[in-house]
Design a protein around this ligand. Structure first.
Ligand SMILES: [Zn+2]
Length: 436
């Protein structure tokens, strides 16, 4: 009998027996009727207690995992117990039998909660999980909040190299951006920080990490955002700042796009040159090594001339001197970054500002300011690339949930989804230890 119950419900209490009738259907729910009785000892004197009737009028309804796709509850009639007054037990004691596999005072089986935890690691909304398990959304939130303890960062440890980058998180911070902190050496996420403002970041690091842990950090990979510099030097005294490759190249990319649009507007809409620059913009942005020069195609826009991609770029560049300079600048920067060539970079950054078109002047000034950091990046070869992959995953989680209102819930969901994050690895170890 009891084996059947544990097989059907996943609850391993040897003192449960089927009642009559054993199963019914009420309000679209399967109900399994059970009786529970066991030899109970008095909590005061320790003697065997007297059985004192069944709680027939108030069976305990407990939610378990659905059976054959239908929500199921256990309806358990419990035994009442009495310990009559005696010398060792001066007052009468009464109690009701507890059930194994269910927390005291809780009406949801532990198995359901474990299942909810497992589902939370997938990219499913909390409402869907609640509906599937026949519980309220608040129960799912509570299961999520209970995991908070597993995801507190280690106060006394930070890796040798850290990288941070921002991502769009919603309404949690004033700027709408939060930060990911990552170890660029093994691509593990260390933590998610609510706001990217300097004040919030300083507060976070001072609160969560000891001075010794901060001193252990030797390399910090960041984008070219100036206010971070002061903060990094203040928080991590023995550190080298490395500029992220992607953010370096993006500066020139945006400048080149701006120059192209400027040239287009100079020619005016409807002109042949305008249409050429609009149509072949992707070829201008392509790395020069990847431009195809072998294959010729008939180009209707050039009066059916057979041209290769590299010839088209040559024709586009002949339209404007500014565009030519910007293109050369962009390609030189890409090759310097690609081949980690600091000599080429130094030469590029020595170009005079007056020689460059207006949008590039700003880029040149920014890159000159961060010259040493870019050269550092050639030496260490660390980037924020892995963070961008994580960003994509976070975006998917946010989209499925239609946004989050509680930052802590959002943070835990991210960690549950990133199975190789530092905190998730720690939580898994903790679970293993509990099982052993
Ligand atoms: Zn007693």
């Amino acid at each position: 009998m009891c084996n059947d119950i544990s097989f059907l419900t996943g609850i391993n209490d040897p003192y449960l027996k089927f009642d009559k009738p054993a199963t019914t259907i009420e309000n679209g729910q399967k109900v399994i009727h059970l009786l529970q009785s066991l030899p109970m000892h008095c909590p005061v004197c320790g003697q065997l207690m007297q059985r004192n009737g069944w709680l027939r009028r108030r069976p305990v309804k407990i939610k378990i995992l659905s059976i054959a796709g239908q929500p199921t509850v256990l309806s358990i009639i419990k035994q009442q117990y009495l310990c009559k007054p005696s010398a060792s037990c001066p007052h009468p004691v009464t109690c009701v039998a507890p059930i194994q596999g269910i927390q005291k005072g809780c009406r949801i089986a532990n198995l359901v909660k474990q299942h909810i935890t497992l589902e939370l690691t997938q990219n499913i909304s909390q409402t869907t999980i609640a509906r599937q398990h026949n519980v309220s959304t608040n129960t799912v939130s509570r299961v999520l909040t209970q995991m908070q303890d597993s995801f507190t960062p280690n106060r006394h440890w930070l890796p040798v190299a850290i990288a941070f980058d921002d991502f769009k998180s919603g309404q949690f911070a004033q700027s709408g951006m939060s930060m990911i902190l990552m170890n660029p050496l093994n691509h593990r996420t260390i933590d998610i920080i609510e706001s990217r403002q300097s004040k919030a970041l300083r507060h976070y690091f001072l609160l969560h990490y000891s001075f010794k842990a901060c001193c252990a950090v030797k390399i910090v990979v960041v984008d070219l955002f100036q206010p971070y510099r002061r903060l990094v030097h203040e928080l991590f005294p023995h550190t080298v700042i490395v500029a992220d490759h992607f953010h370096v190249v993006v500066q020139a990319y945006r400048a080149l796009q701006a120059v192209r649009i400027q040239v287009m507007n100079q020619y005016g809409t409807g002109t042949h040159e305008y249409r050429l620059l609009k149509r072949f913009w992707k070829l201008l942005m392509q790395k020069i090594d990847h431009l195809i020069f072998k294959h010729y195609y008939r180009r209707r826009i050039f009066g059916n001339t057979c041209l290769s991609n590299s010839e088209i770029v040559d024709r586009l560049l002949s339209l404007s001197d500014d565009l030519k300079v910007a293109y050369e600048y962009y390609q030189t920067l890409i090759s310097a970054v690609n081949y980690h060539d600091s000599a080429v970079l130094r030469q590029l950054l020595s170009w005079k500002l007056t020689q460059l078109p207006q949008p590039l002047q700003k880029t040149q000034r920014t890159l000159q300011l961060h010259k040493q950091e870019i050269i550092n990046s050639f030496q260490f070869q660390l980037t924020n690339g892995p963070i961008e992959g994580t960003n994509n995953k976070i975006k998917a989680i946010k989209r499925t949930a239609y946004g989050f209102r509680n930052f802590e819930h959002f943070r835990i969901r991210i960690f549950l989804a990133l199975k190789n994050s530092n905190l998730m690895v720690k939580a898994q170890l903790k679970q293993l230890r509990c099982l052993n």
